[in-house]
Design a protein around this ligand. Sequence first.
Ligand code: MSP
Length: 472
Amino acid sequence: MNKFYITTPIYYTNADPHIGHAYTTVLCDVLARWNRLKGNDTFFLTGTDEHGLKIERKAVQNKKDTQVFVDEYVSIFKDLWKKLNIDYDNFIRTTSTEHKKVVQSVLQTLYEAGDIYKGVYRGLYCVGCEQFKNEEELLNGKCPDHNIEAEIVEEECYLMKMNKWQKTLIKRIKNNEFEIKPQYYKKEMISFLERQGLKDISISRKNLKWGIPLPFDQKHVAYVWIDALLNYLTGIGWDGNVRNVLNYWPPNCQVMGKDILRVHATIWPSLLLNLGLSLPKLFIHGLILSRGKKMSKTLGNIISPYEMFKKFGSDGTRYLLLSGGSFGEDLDLTMERMIEKYNADLANGLGNLVQRTIGMINKNLDGRNPNLAIKLKKDKKVGKLIEELKFEEALKEIWQIIASADAYISEKKPWQLDNKKELNKVLGKVRNDILEISSLLTPFMPETSKKIEEVFKGPEIKIIPPLFPRIF
Ligand code: MSP
């Protein structure tokens, strides 16, 4: 049995989840479900990133105790994942005692090894990104992603050694020991590292209370990204001791948007190299755009995942996110286009095929499940596409089976057939196609698959309400 360890980034608890979050999480859920179906020992980790300046400020603005403030958002995230049928194995919170303890012990280890040292850091800090920025990354002093002024920060701090890893990192990215996919993101990171190099970074903040205190200097708290990145280790129950074997390490698949690739391709591997741990594989997706811009709270152009859930249901939302564009590239989603696609592919496509087949079996075979052996073809194509995260293409393959089942019905015209034996065979074949479709859809649309199987695997085919009611 192979192990499969997959992670989402952990989400900031300063605002309601948006479809960018839902997108990353649904992608991971499909892969996790697929690996479980294959019998792999799968661990799917998600969670929340709860420290840092931006969260502390937001809590103060809302006149709430910071812990109470983040607790509320954690329930909101968990509730959305429940709605979208996200079947994670652990939900890690960076304010949990276990996480904090391990972060401190890791920092102590690095400090003792000389990989963390005291210094002064001066730079321009974007609170939106929780990152220091180069002048060239800013537009008129503002962060282009958040449209807010970067703040000048100059303070005594602790730095982590990263510069020494530059050559190693470039080499490992090039030879896929540290894999970054799709290919164009790998190239982008190699050229970034060759051009800019790797500088040691500040890993502590002095004038911030909302964070994990450094064990060797309580006046500082850990930089929120260091704290956050370590979730991938604490989330599988690591105790912080580098000698202790981690069953699931390293992650087979870390999914994230391109906006956080750079941190994950510089700070993250440097941290792991300093600890002597092996490197993960990164899978980078594009951003969901709205009016040509990244959707963000700050820009106020958000399509809410709740609105999608209300309109399209759990599987409808999953389907529309997964088929909205090809993995790696940006997707431009609008409500109007999603409604059209829902009606075409789900209400008319899959939903109608299921509904009319149930109808024909009831009308012509008195509701008895056709007497024909259930045989499912061995599909290799869809599985391969899933493993390459080509979900849009995988779904197109499945929709081809829907189209050919529809074409078969139109050709055979079961409603004109008098011969019961022939009728039984034709409807049996359509039922087999439907079961094939539902089996392939299991990781994508688990609720729908279950409903279809409940109908078509019993002796009687019962009439059910439409799977995807048309939206007008
Ligand atoms: N807390 C950090 C991650 C720490 S991981 C050690 C963070 N959180 S986030 O809440 O801002 O976003 C996390 C994920 O949501 C990222 O994968 C990011 O790419 C994704 N998205 C955020 N906005 C997005 C879109 N508009 N579109 C698609 N995904 C985007 O970053």
